[in-house]
Design a binder for this molecule. Structure first.
Ligand SMILES: [Zn+2]
Ligand SMILES: [Zn+2]
Length: 172
């Protein structure tokens, strides 16, 4: 029987930080939900990603049971965001691009779609240069945001730390 009507969803775990529209399971009631702050973007651009998530550890598909709910994600709860850097691939090697991949994608997608909607008859050349410009502007915005009030701690364990840990394991 569903407890979601009474549960305050106080114990939330993200199924997979690497999804654009993240899914969260409440460990009290077991319901799977998304955060209201992702609703407008999700419905506009990723409507096909709102019915299920894929759990990172198991790669199992997990159905969303109670759609969007308020104050689910760390940001909406006033908690620190968990860093989930994307892998470094060509075109995404900088730390800003790896740590802020999701913010960059959300802002860029929205800005590009708004520009396209406002310029329905623009020639391809103008569209391409506008998109390039938006990409640069959004990256600058995120760089400024990170400089003023970082969302993520971008200090990753150094090679020396990793070697230290391995050594400890070997000795013990
Ligand atoms: Zn709950
Ligand atoms: Zn939220």
């Amino acid at each position: 029987m569903s407890q979601s009507n009474v549960c305050k969803h106080g114990a939330i775990a993200c199924l997979n930080q690497h999804e654009l529209i993240r899914k969260y399971r409440c460990t009290d009631c077991g319901e799977v939900m998304m955060c209201s702050c992702d609703e407008a973007f999700g419905r506009r651009f990723l409507a096909h990603q709102l019915v299920e998530g894929r759990e990172l550890d198991t790669q199992l598909r997990v159905p969303v049971t109670i759609a969007f709910q308020p104050n689910v994600c760390n940001g909406c709860r006033g908690l620190a965001l968990e860093p989930a850097p994307a892998a470094a691939i060509p075109g995404r090697t900088s730390k800003i691009k790896r740590f802020y991949w999701r913010e960059l994608f959300l802002r860029e997608t929205e800005a590009v779609a708004d520009w396209d909607a406002g310029h329905p008859d623009a020639p391809d050349e103008d569209v391409r240069s506008a998109h390039k410009r938006i990409e640069r502007e959004v990256l600058d915005e995120i760089k400024q945001l990170h400089a003023a009030a970082p969302l993520y701690d971008m200090t990753e364990p150094s090679q020396a730390d990793i070697l230290d840990r391995c050594q400890v394991d070997v000795e013990s």
